[in-house]
Design a protein around this ligand. Sequence first.
Ligand code: SAM
Length: 214
Amino acid sequence: MRLRNVPGSRDTIAESQFTIKNETECKGKWNEIFGNDNPIFIEVGMGKGQFIMTLAQQNPDINYVGIEKYSSVLVRAIEKQEELNLPNLYFIRMEAEYIADVFATEEVSGIYLNFSDPWPKDRHAKRRLTSVQFLERYEQILKKEGHVIFKTDNRDLFDFSLEQVEEAEHWKLLNHTFDLHHSEYVEGNVMTEYETRFVEKGNAICRMEIMQEF
Ligand code: SAM
């Protein structure tokens, strides 16, 4: 992703009622923060937030937390949320590696990964959000019956992710497609910013759904 420094973005994030500032103190308390017992779904690497904001609008009885590491991107989601004022959506600016410090065991009902950074060099494989290392982190926070849903147009990253699910001790593949937009899984699909762009270019979108196995 090409990143521009957005002047004032850190201040906007610090001042917004929709960003969580003390995220590690929220661990185990997310239902208190939302003020209800509704399930909590998260998107890791949400970018400007089109996907998670659409879901939050469509599903007022589900709580959403969007995680993004760059202020310059997150600020765009905050600007939109300031207009929409959705009570079931918060954002955190953080590096997802520390996700298990922010959510307690089984506090999360589902995880979305959309068009995650590919980290093409082998020595960076651990940084990919579908690596065995990240799957172990998701295990620490996801409900036993919870799903991780991953979409990408990057076939190498998708193939790597299929291998990682196989390799990981406690995960199984529920379904997958190499061409989401010509498959049964397209029904109800919510487009992300990157997806819109890639579909316009004619790229096939891969999608997988995985869960823990006991
Ligand atoms: N999900 C959005 C979409 O599909 O339109 C954005 C995709 S963009 C290629 C990937 C986003 O994930 C970037 O905004 C990047 O900063 C964020 N990201 C990547 N790795 C991350 C990590 N480890 N922790 C938090 N955010 C991350």
